[in-house]
Ligand binder design. Structure first.
Ligand code: CA
Ligand code: CA
Length: 256
């Protein structure tokens, strides 16, 4: 704010005391106005800061931190001139605590190389680390480390989706990964590694599976005891029957 106060030279006093006596009564309203204006300015700024803080809390912004936190993953869709349908599908991701340390870890599904053109009936296979599925273990400081090889979760085919569920109730989350050409069930061994138990469980499927889900659909009481038995079932959504959840393959793995 700028201001000016003028007096006629002939009326102006010649001493400092005289100046004070002459000007002070006239300057008081100006000083008062400046003080009030400054006070309102401070209050307005404080209220503005408070409003911005409230806005930040109500509408938080997200910052892309993947690389900074150690996650360097790129989905390899292997685009061809034929533009096959599987190239257009986004891959799945799972957030789960595979080592039970209280921190969420990340599993991401990856594709595989596709010949251009791809011969009819050919099953794509992962040919190198750039096509691997990836498991990222979260460390105590919030950053992630690649634990794929240690866990044995590189995968084999053109991956699509992933479903997390502790199918054997041993306290460790297991993984079911869908793909084009066959799916995989990985049992969590509880020591940072996983075991491919697909064949043993009989849930490999075939063709092209996209989504899968674990669900505890019902429980029943055994005839031999009063204990309630929960059944965790697995349903897979084949691309060829995308309008209904398939009942096959259905996995029944029972634990109390
Ligand atoms: Ca964890
Ligand atoms: Ca388990």
């Amino acid at each position: 704010m700028s201001s000016a106060f003028y007096v006629m030279p002939s009326l102006a006093p010649k001493t400092a005391t005289g100046y004070m006596r002459f000007h002070l009564p006239k300057l008081l309203p100006l000083f008062l106005a400046m003080f009030v204006s400054s006070a309102f300015s401070v209050i307005a700024q404080r209220d503005s800061v408070g409003t911005e803080e409230q806005a930040r809390k109500m509408f938080p912004k997200f910052i892309e931190t993947s690389s900074a936190l150690g996650i360097n993953f790129r989905n390899m869709a292997s685009h061809t001139s034929k533009k096959y349908l599987i190239e257009t599908m986004g891959a799945g991701v799972a957030l789960f605590d595979y080592d039970n340390d209280g921190r969420l870890d990340i599993f991401v599904v990856n594709g595989a190389p596709l010949p251009d053109p791809t011969p009819k009936g050919a099953i794509p296979l992962k040919t190198g680390p750039q096509y691997w599925n990836r498991l990222y273990h979260q460390k105590p400081d919030g950053t992630f480390e690649d634990a794929t090889e240690r866990a044995g979760l590189e995968g084999v085919g053109y991956g699509m989706g992933v479903a997390v569920g502790d199918y054997d109730n041993d306290g460790n989350e297991d993984l079911y990964v869908t793909a084009y050409g066959g799916n995989k069930l990985y049992h969590n061994n509880g020591d940072g590694t996983f075991m491919d138990v697909t064949e043993k469980a009989g849930v490999g499927g075939s063709g092209w599976s996209t989504s899968a889900a674990w669900g505890r659909w019902h429980s029943r009481t055994t005839h031999s005891s009063a204990r309630s038995v929960s059944i965790l079932q697995l349903s897979v959504l084949p691309r060829t029957n995308s309008f209904a959840i398939s009942s096959s393959p259905r996995l029944h793995l029972l634990r109390i």
